[in-house]
Design a protein around this ligand. Structure first.
Ligand code: T4K
Length: 385
């Protein structure tokens, strides 16, 4: 009996999508010829292109989204000791970015359908020390922008979005990037658009953008004085070269990801207790994350067993996001401070989700094989009706 794995080589979640190597090399050559390696024209060009994608006037490119979130929080006037409401169901960077500069993340439960901040829970968490709200468009599905904007405006709070997953997506036909006080994209290698490492703050507010530019560059103003305590959050020219090259294939890649998403939906159709997480109806989605949910009670098998079964066949699925952010250190040691209300929906989601490979590195035959592994694992254990 042949017990070799279905895939000889590991099949990853998060394989980078690289655009034209020739265009990348040309851009890198240009930077080397100019001897401008940072603070150069490629970063400015990348910012202009990103502003168009986000439908805003201002974009400030940064070295990664984690630092971008810190710069945006500071530019919004949020200081050490202040509280900011964040979702519990997110990657640890959302909270860690803020915690690292002394801002206290207060975790909010998830809307089970979208995985995002539940607006009614946000309202209930606002207290005397709350100085901001930060939504996350989890897996590229936009937050309830209208409801959150209304709540933030009524309480006079800045509203920031961690849009690490959501470049190219829309909410009510408008591109993600133009909502709230500002939004922050990530261009980490595994993201829909990548610049090796990188990020960008996008906003419609000229003054806010100006503050971000200063804070990104040690607090130095356009006229050369140091006005505030800043940091070094600058993006370099090589990153911008990759970002521009990646942006050129964004629409093409969206097509690939959309086809992959449909193939997974079809491949797992009718499998009890398993569903492919959907995107917002009628909206444009980048489908960068292909996430299934496994309901152990119905499927008869826990997500972790499916994760292990895939691993045995060389499919390196990821348990994004497990555990829920409030259940990792340092937050879990201080629940009264960080999670003042129970968070059952975020915790339940974290037990069910599993990210599977998608992007340009996988095609229909790989997807069919992955679905087959999931089907076999679940069917072997599904309780009879
Ligand atoms: N907010 C949210 C909601 C986020 O999800 C993130 C990052 C951030 C903020 C912060 O953004 P940045 O500061 O990074 O700009 C990954 C990424 O490191 C992280 O960026 C991402 N979210 C998170 C969801 O996933 P890991 O630890 O799972 O990544 P890693 O390096 O193990 O890669 C995952 C898989 O991708 C591996 O199996 C191999 C494959 N891979 C990875 C890289 C880097 C490749 O094939 N090639 C590569 O170059 O965290």
């Amino acid at each position: 009996m042949d017990d070799s794995p279905v895939f000889r080589e590991p099949l990853h979640v998060g394989r980078p999508n690289v655009g034209s190597r020739a265009r990348l090399t040309e851009r890198l050559d240009g930077a080397l010829d100019r001897l401008y390696l940072t603070n150069g024209p490629l970063v400015r060009e990348f910012e202009e292109e990103l502003a168009k994608v986000a439908g805003v006037d201002h974009c400030v490119a940064v070295c990664n989204a984690t630092i971008g979130l810190q710069v945006a929080a500071r530019a919004a006037g949020i200081r050490g000791g202040d509280e900011i409401i964040v979702p519990a169901f997110t990657w640890v960077a959302t909270a860690a970015a803020l915690d690292w500069i002394g801002i206290v993340p207060v975790f909010c439960d998830a809307d089970e359908r979208t995985g995002n901040l539940d607006p009614s829970e946000v309202e209930a968490l606002i207290g005397p020390r709350t100085r901001g709200i930060m939504g996350v468009h989890v897996f590229g599905r936009p937050c309830a922008m209208d409801e959150l904007t209304e709540i933030a405006d009524r309480h006079g709070l800045p509203l920031l979005f961690d849009a690490a997953h959501a470049i190219g997506c829309t909410y009510k036909g408008r591109p993600v990037g133009g909502f709230g006080t500002a939004e922050v994209f990530s261009f980490h290698a595994t993201k829909f658009v990548n610049s090796f490492e990188g990020g960008a703050i996008v906003t419609r507010d000229a003054g806010f953008a100006e503050r971000c530019r200063e804070l990104r560059n040690f607090g130095i103003t356009a006229s050369g004085e140091i006005r505030s305590g800043g940091t070094n959050a600058k993006m370099n020219e090589a990153a911008a070269a990759m970002g521009l090259t990646s942006l050129e294939v964004m629409d093409e890649l969206m097509g690939v990801n959309t086809l992959n998403h449909r193939r997974y939906e079809k491949g797992l159709e009718g499998l009890r207790g398993v569903r492919v997480r959907g995107q917002a109806e009628g909206e444009r989605a980048n489908h960068q994350y292909l996430v299934i949910e496994i309901d152990a009670a119905t499927a008869g098998v826990h997500r972790d067993e499916v994760h292990a079964a895939l691993g045995a066949q060389n499919v390196l699925s990821r348990r994004y996001f497990h555990p829920s952010c409030h259940q990792v250190e340092p937050y879990r040691s201080d629940p009264a401070r960080h999670a003042p209300r129970p968070l059952p929906r975020a915790e339940a989601l974290a037990e069910r989700v599993l990210a599977l490979p998608t992007g340009s590195a996988v095609g229909p035959s790989e997807i069919d094989k992955v679905c087959d592994i999931v089907r076999r694992c679940v069917s072997a254990r599904t309780p009879a009706r």
